[in-house]
Design a protein around this ligand. Structure first.
Ligand SMILES: Nc1ncnc2c1ncn2[C@@H]1O[C@H](COP(=O)(O)OP(=O)(O)OP(=O)(O)O)[C@@H](O)[C@H]1O
Ligand SMILES: [Mg+2]
Length: 250
């Protein structure tokens, strides 16, 4: 999950796509690659638990030791809390090796029927580059607003640079989040996005207060509000990804 702009719903999408696929009996991992370390809140993990895969990588320990199994059966890999010095050291490793994250993920030894969602931090940083270099599928998360629309081209360039042409790359999907057709601007921009992304895979999720409410309860909307509009949207969006990009469960 990635976006050049922040606060668009990457972490929300990571947790909800993951839960849809977990309910379909896929083995799902959710990895936080954002040094803000906030994905754990979508899984109700303890705020005082500061461990994560980044500090293990720095120590040269296997990142599988950061895997935390949560109630719904998802395997979560929090980023963890790093000191400023540790974060600098970690970034140094990323600078030295553009495939550092890919190699770390390879150590998990995932099989073809297991799926790992990576929650990238916003912007075109060294973290995003690592995520794109490791991804088999990219989900560009955006809002139907001017800022997302204007940064869409930047996202396409990043995907072209890091993903397109790679043998193991399956494709890109665009997730337009917080759709509100009753607002003319939102509706118009969504139409413009659809025009610009003609022939691309697009999914939409409506704005729904059940989403932040679920987060406030430390869970996702599928678990917290199964009948909500956003739940149906996330199910549809995850199934779109499966139909066009992942294929059926083996
Ligand atoms: N469909 C939706 N309807 C209503 N609120 C939403 C929806 N999707 C996300 N939100 C809310 O928007 C906020 C931002 O979402 P989220 O944290 O997932 O974005 P992000 O892209 O991961 O942000 P960051 O760039 O800071 O990591 C959260 O409060 C979330 O609950
Ligand atoms: Mg986030």
């Amino acid at each position: 999950m990635f976006s050049t702009k922040g606060g668009v719903g990457k972490s929300t999408a990571t947790a909800n796509f993951g839960t849809v696929m977990q309910l379909e009996d896929r083995k799902v991992y959710a990895m936080d690659y954002d040094p803000n370390n906030t994905l754990r809140f979508h899984y109700g993990l303890n705020q005082s638990d500061t461990n994560g895969h980044a500090s293990l990588s720095l120590q040269g320990s296997p990142i599988k030791n950061a895997v935390t199994t949560i109630d719904n059966g998802t395997f979560v890999l929090p980023f963890g809390e790093l000191t400023e010095d540790q974060l600098n050291q970690y970034q140094e490793k990323l600078l030295q090796d553009p495939f550092f994250l890919k190699k770390q993920i390879d150590t998990l030894g995932l099989s073809h029927d297991e799926i790992l969602f990576i929650d990238a931090p916003s912007g075109s940083t060294i973290f995003t580059q690592q995520v794109l270099n490791a991804a088999h599928v990219s989900v560009v998360v955006m809002l139907a607003d001017a800022a997302s629309y204007l940064t869409l081209e930047g996202s396409l360039k990043l995907i072209n640079k890091h993903c397109i042409g790679r043998k193991d790359y399956l494709g890109t999907m665009y997730l337009v989040n917080q759709i509100q057709r009753k607002y003319e601007l939102n509706s118009d921009i969504f139409d413009m996005v659809q025009l610009q992304l003609e022939n691309h895979i697009i999914a939409e999720v409506h704005q729904d207060q059940c989403v932040p409410e679920a987060l406030a309860r430390g869970t996702n909307v599928l678990t917290d509000a199964p009948e909500s509009l956003a739940t149906q949207d996330f199910i549809d969006a995850a199934q779109t990804m499966e139909s066009f990009l992942l294929g059926p469960i083996v």
